[in-house]
Design a protein around this ligand. Structure first.
Ligand SMILES: NC(=O)c1ccc[n+]([C@@H]2O[C@H](COP(=O)([O-])OP(=O)(O)OC[C@H]3O[C@@H](n4cnc5c(N)ncnc54)[C@H](OP(=O)(O)O)[C@@H]3O)[C@@H](O)[C@H]2O)c1
Length: 350
């Protein structure tokens, strides 16, 4: 069986998702939704950096619905709940890297749930972190434990390498005056909520009975002026963010996601120093630790930019590979804790 899929958004993740859909044996690309008018009418293959495939990108939601997709793979920079509700109500399943990691614990729960019910459709949020490395892998590891005291997920990354200036500076507020940046800054609140959902998801899936998920942010000022992704970051503005989302029960931290994010300079000495990438630690019986890094290849000698881009490929493919299972799932919210692990990506034959 093949599922009719629309790729919504053609940014860093969207372009990779587009390639993934075109290559997937169980998916058929039936449309591409672009935000920028400059992409309206451009062939999907060209947007994916390949030969034309005969499907033109559109900025029109009506044209997207007219393509009768089974699923929209939704990767805009910022999600729109009314738009997602419109898709869900029209009977279109939505798989997204942008939000909905544990919608049952999040804002807009009721309107999204009603839209799913009305359309008989499902909504699934996934990716890398939040996503496979922040939720699926910790749950898989937890299956080896008799008892769990604490689960910690750490992400250490340099944002100077992430190829999306709008997200690094606009959404994540690197380079902004320190005094302007708090956990309540609207664009950071959006990101923070996604990680809070992930902590709730782990807590609910593991039966941790969390009372709350707390949020802490420590900012690091830039030591000197620097040029990153074509922009100047002035000395004293935000060059580092250490976030901690802690799921607590009776005052004790049971589940924690921590990010150690720097922009082109060394992190402070007092921060923990796991290797770059993602480190999952379970303190329990037994205690387990896994470190994951995404690279373009462990064999080939490739430019650093390709290695960095590998995380975007992984994010996009996690969503692409989830489409058949999300489409087959019952209507409503479908979390990463519920989908099967084996989505069978293709094995390279050459
Ligand atoms: N869960 C994870 O692990 C993970 C990892 C990375 C990213 N993400 C999320 O995935 C999403 C896509 O990330 P990305 O790196 O691809 O971002 P990006 O490169 O900035 O691209 C996002 C796309 O959004 C569209 N867009 C721009 N302004 C918009 C607006 N005002 N309204 C609606 N759409 C707009 C554009 O589409 P067009 O090009 O079509 O005009 C743009 O290319 C983001 O929500 C990001 O937070 C999740």
């Amino acid at each position: 069986m093949s599922y009719r899929v629309v790729q919504w958004g053609t940014g860093e993740i969207g372009r990779e998702a587009l390639r993934g859909i075109l290559d997937h044996r169980a998916l058929e690309l039936v449309g591409v939704k672009a935000h920028g008018a400059d992409k309206h009418g451009v062939d999907a293959g060209v947007l994916a950096g390949r030969d034309p495939v005969g499907i033109a990108a559109t900025t029109s939601i009506t044209e997207i619905l007219d393509a009768r997709p089974d699923c929209v793979l939704y990767t805009p920079r910022t999600p729109s709940v009314p738009v997602v509700c419109q898709l869900l109500r029209a009977g279109v399943n939505v798989v997204t890297t942008s939000f909905a990691f544990h919608q049952a614990r999040a804002r807009h729960r009721d309107e999204l749930h009603d839209a799913c019910r009305e359309g008989g459709s499902s909504l699934h949020g996934t990716g890398l972190n939040p996503g496979n490395l922040g939720a699926v892998l910790p749950l898989a590891m937890a299956g080896m434990c008799r008892e769990i005291e604490q689960v910690t997920i750490q992400e250490r990354a340099d944002w100077a390498l992430y190829d999306s200036a709008d997200i690094t500076f606009g959404q994540m507020m690197f380079g902004a005056p320190i005094s302007d940046v708090t956990v309540d800054s609207p664009s950071l609140q959006y990101t923070s909520e996604l990680f809070q959902q992930q902590v709730w998801l782990l807590g609910d899936a593991l039966g941790a009975d969390l009372d709350e998920v707390s949020v802490d942010l420590e900012l690091v000022p830039a030591e000197r002026d620097g040029e990153f992704l074509g922009r100047t970051v002035e000395a004293g503005t935000v060059a580092g963010q250490r976030w901690r989302w802690r799921g607590r029960r009776a005052g004790a931290t049971v589940i924690e996601t921590e990010t150690l994010w720097m922009l082109g300079q060394r992190q402070p000495r007092h921060w923990p120093s796991p290797q770059h990438g993602w480190t999952i630690t379970i303190e329990g019986a037994p205690s387990l630790q896994a470190h994951v890094v995404t690279l373009a290849s462990f064999r080939r000698d490739v430019p650093m930019s390709e290695h960095v881009h590998a995380a975007s490929v992984a994010t996009a493919m996690q969503a692409v590979n989830a489409v058949p299972a999300a489409c087959a799932a019952p209507a409503g919210f479908v979390t990463m804790a519920e989908l099967p692990l084996a989505w069978l990506p293709r094995i390279a034959t050459s």
